[in-house]
Design a protein around this ligand. Structure first.
Ligand code: KIV
Length: 266
């Protein structure tokens, strides 16, 4: 079974690891067989499962329901669950909602933001709840950003993101996710912090990679982001199966053939 200690050792040894989003039992079993290292029950379920145009309508009960479905069907992966939009604005509600997701089967709770999360990150760590802080393009803030745009471009934005990453790690964050940031910045963050960093649209130098499962199975709805690769129809997936696609993703990330330059931003 993958634990935070496993991921820390991967980082130390330079072993790249995988993460995929997952929302139900059947796919969780297939990811178990493919030995996907970590699973994210992402609030992206609002878009790919519930049909919303953003992650904002997702509730804590939705997250707990999908987390439980996944957690009871996968023994290999470290399970990360998202606290959804506006469910961690105050410390008391953040604590109660984190407890609900941990009791549903999560091993780590993911939060979107920066240094403003430090107090919460410390309290949760002290209470036995490791956190993963998601920086860069944080989809819960789509209305602040005015769309899904690359973050951390330019010296001051890059410096702020690096400072936020250092602050949350100093506060006790166990993992970071970097979404849609220039590859050079992601490399700098990964080399600076001593916790594993998982990237999506953040280049090849992060410690791990995450993709939304539907995207990597070629089921994207609308525009396909440049960081996505379709592993289902990839000719190396000789079984043409979903399990084969998961296994190919695992091999590609471990072996360093995914992502490539074409999947990253500058
Ligand atoms: O909700 C999600 O799927 C995510 C990933 C895109 C990292 O946060």
């Amino acid at each position: 079974m993958t634990t935070l200690a496993t991921l820390n050792k991967f980082k130390k040894d330079g072993v790249k690891f995988t993460c995929l989003t997952c929302y139900d039992a059947m796919f969780a079993r297939m990811m178990d067989k493919a030995l996907i290292d970590t699973i994210l029950i992402g609030d992206s379920l609002g878009m790919v499962v519930q049909g919303h145009t953003s992650t904002l309508p997702v509730t804590v009960n939705d997250m707990a329901y999908h987390t439980a479905n996944v957690a009871r069907s996968n023994q290999h992966a470290l399970i990360i669950a998202d606290l959804p939009f506006m469910s961690y604005v105050t410390l008391p509600e953040a604590i109660v909602n984190s407890r609900q997701l941990m009791q549903a089967g999560a091993h780590v709770i993911k939060l979107e933001g920066g240094s403003e999360l430090c107090e919460l990150v410390t309290i949760l760590a002290q209470a036995g709840t490791p956190t993963c802080v998601h920086l860069g393009l944080t989809p819960q803030s789509v209305n602040v950003f005015g769309g899904y745009k690359i973050q951390g471009r330019g010296d001051s934005a890059a410096a702020k993101l690096l400072a936020d990453a250092q602050a949350v790690v100093a506060a006790g964050a166990a993992l970071l996710v970097l979404e849609c940031v220039p590859a050079e910045l992601a490399k700098a963050v990964t080399e600076t912090v001593d916790v594993p960093v998982i990237g999506i649209g953040a280049g090849a130098d992060t410690d791990g990679q995450v993709l939304v499962m539907h995207d990597m199975l070629g089921m994207a709805h609308g525009r396909v982001p440049r960081f996505v690769h379709d592993f289902l129809t990839d000719e190396r997936n000789t079984t043409h199966s979903i399990e084969g696609a998961f296994a190919l993703y695992q091999q590609s990330v471990r072996g360093g053939s995914f992502p490539t330059e074409q999947h990253q931003f500058s």
